[in-house]
Design a protein around this ligand. Structure first.
Ligand SMILES: *Cc1c(COP(=O)(O)O)cnc(C)c1O
Length: 397
C-alpha cells in the first residue's frame, strides 16, 4: 500500500473522478449544474472588485461558471496542464487558440491530415486576416523542418490522423518547434489524455473536441484548450470572454461525467479496435488495414512509447473501390452510418465521399484516401458482433 496521502499525487483515474468538484454547503455528492447566466454580489464594492479582477469569484457564465470550471480543472489535471479553457465546440477551441495567439503576418505550419473544418478555418478564414497556412505530411519530420518560415508561429497536428491513423513523433516536433521559436499545438481528440499526453512530450497546447470521446456517448458539442496559465489562462480565455463561444453548464456536466469513465472506455475501445483490426487483416476481401496497434503500421514503434494503445479508430481498404466499400457499409445491420466518432455506438464512414469529399480527387490521392477505404470508430458493443456486422458485406465481396 502507498504510504503517502493519495491526494498529494493522485493517479489518473482518481483525478478523472475527483478533481474539480468543490462541494457546496448543500453537501451534494454529484457535481451540481449551475444553470445561471449571472452571479450576484453582496455589495456594489464587491461587484466593482470582481469586474476589476481584484477579487476572485463568478461574474457571468460566458467566462465564469462553476460547472464549466469544474470540467476545466478536471481536464487540465488529466492533460497535465496549468490551465484549461472550455469552449462551445472543438472548432471554437481551435478558433480561440488562433485568435488568442496569432496576428496578421504570422504563418501556421500544419499537418495535411487534419479535420476538414480545421483546414477551411485555416485557409478561408485565417487567410482573410493575413495569417497564411502551409501543409506537410504528418510523419515526415524533414518536411516539417524544411517548411518552417521566419514568421511561423504555430505547428499544428492531430496524431493519430483521420482516417489513416498515421502518427507524428510529438517529442521530435516539439523540439523542432522550440528550436525555431514556435509553439506546438496538438489536437488530442483521437487519443484523449487516457492514452496520450502531448504536454508531457513537449507540446505547448492541447486542443480537444469534447464532442467525441470526452463525452463518449454522442450527446453534446464542446471543446477545450489546455496549456500554460499565460497563453491559455489569459490569451485564450480572453477570446472566449470577449467573443463568447463558451461551453454551457449542462454540457460541462455531461463532459464531467464522461471524464469519470474516460480511461475505462478508451482502454475498452482500443482493445476492441485491436481485435477488429487483426480480424480484418485476415479477411480475404480486405486489401489493407490501417491501425497503429498492428506491427504492419509504419509508426507502430510509437505505440507504447507515445500513445498507450492503438486507439479506437480502424480504417481498411476493400477490393473493388467505391462500389464495394458502399456495399459493405450498406450491408451492416447495426453499425451507424455517420461521420461522428468517440461513441459507445460503433460508426462506419466512407471518407472519400463524406469527411474528405470536399477535397479534389488529386488531393485525396495524395492523402492516401482511396475509394475503397472504410473507417470504423469502434464502439463498445461486443466486438464479435461488430465483426459479424462487417462480415455481412465483406463475405460477399
Ligand atoms: C470533430 C473534430 C473537431 C471539431 O470538433 P467539433 O466539436 O465538432 O467542433 C476537431 N478536431 C478533430 C480531430 C475532430 O475529430
Amino acid at each position: 500500500m502507498p504510504d503517502s496521502d493519495p491526494l498529494n499525487s493522485p493517479g489518473f483515474a482518481t483525478r478523472a473522478i475527483r478533481t474539480g468538484h468543490h462541494r457546496t454547503a448543500e453537501g451534494e455528492h454529484s457535481e451540481p449544474i449551475f444553470a445561471t447566466s449571472s452571479f450576484v454580489f453582496a455589495t456594489a464594492a464587491e461587484a466593482a472588485a470582481r469586474f476589476a479582477g481584484d477579487a476572485p469569484g463568478n461574474i457571468y457564465s460566458r467566462f465564469t461558471n462553476p460547472t464549466v470550471r469544474a470540467f476545466e480543472e478536471r481536464l487540465a489535471a488529466l492533460e497535465g496542464g496549468e490551465s484549461c479553457v472550455a469552449t462551445a465546440s472543438g472548432m471554437a477551441a481551435i478558433l480561440a487558440t488562433c485568435l488568442g495567439l496569432l496576428k496578421a503576418g504570422d504563418h501556421v505550419l500544419s499537418s495535411r491530415a487534419i479535420f476538414g473544418s480545421t483546414t477551411v478555418l485555416f485557409n478561408k478564414y485565417l487567410g482573410r486576416f493575413g495569417v497564411a497556412t502551409s501543409y506537410v505530411d504528418l510523419p515526415d519530420l524533414d518536411a516539417w523542418a524544411a517548411a518552417i518560415q521566419p514568421n511561423t508561429r504555430l505547428l499544428f497536428l492531430e496524431t493519430p490522423s483521420n482516417p489513416l491513423t498515421e502518427m507524428a513523433d510529438i517529442r521530435a516536433l516539439a523540439d523542432l518547434a522550440h528550436a525555431h521559436g514556435c509553439l506546438l499545438v496538438v489536437d488530442n481528440c483521437f487519443c484523449t489524455p487516457a492514452l496520450q499526453r502531448p504536454l508531457s512530450l513537449g507540446a505547448d497546447l492541447v486542443i480537444h473536441s469534447a464532442t467525441k470521446y470526452l463525452d463518449g456517448q454522442g450527446r453534446c458539442l464542446g471543446g477545450a484548450v489546455v496549456g500554460d496559465a499565460q497563453r491559455v489562462g489569459e490569451e485564450v480565455l480572453g477570446v472566449i470572454r470577449t467573443a463568447g463561444p463558451s461551453m454551457s453548464p449542462f454540457n460541462a456536466w455531461v463532459f464531467l461525467k464522461g471524464l469519470e469513465t474516460l480511461e475505462l472506455r478508451m482502454l475498452a475501445h482500443a482493445r476492441a479496435a485491436q481485435a477488429l483490426a487483426e480480424w480484418l487483416t485476415a479477411h480475404p476481401a480486405v486489401e489493407r488495414v490501417h491501425y497503429p496497434g498492428l506491427a504492419s503500421h509504419p509508426q507502430h514503434h510509437l505505440v507504447g512509447r507515445q500513445q498507450r494503445t492503438g486507439g479506437g479508430i480502424v480504417a481498411f481498404e476493400v477490393r473493388g473501390g467505391r462500389e464495394a466499400a458502399w456495399r459493405v457499409i450498406d450491408a451492416t445491420r447495426f453499425l451507424s452510418i455517420t461521420a461522428n466518432l468517440g461513441d459507445t455506438k460503433s460508426t462506419i464512414t466512407h471518407p472519400a465521399t463524406t469527411t474528405h469529399g470536399r477535397l479534389s480527387a488529386e488531393e485525396r490521392a495524395r492523402a492516401g484516401i482511396g475509394e475503397g477505404l472504410i473507417r470504423v470508430a469502434v464502439g463498445l458493443e461486443d466486438v464479435d458482433d461488430i465483426a459479424a456486422d462487417l462480415a455481412l458485406g465483406l463475405d460477399r465481396e
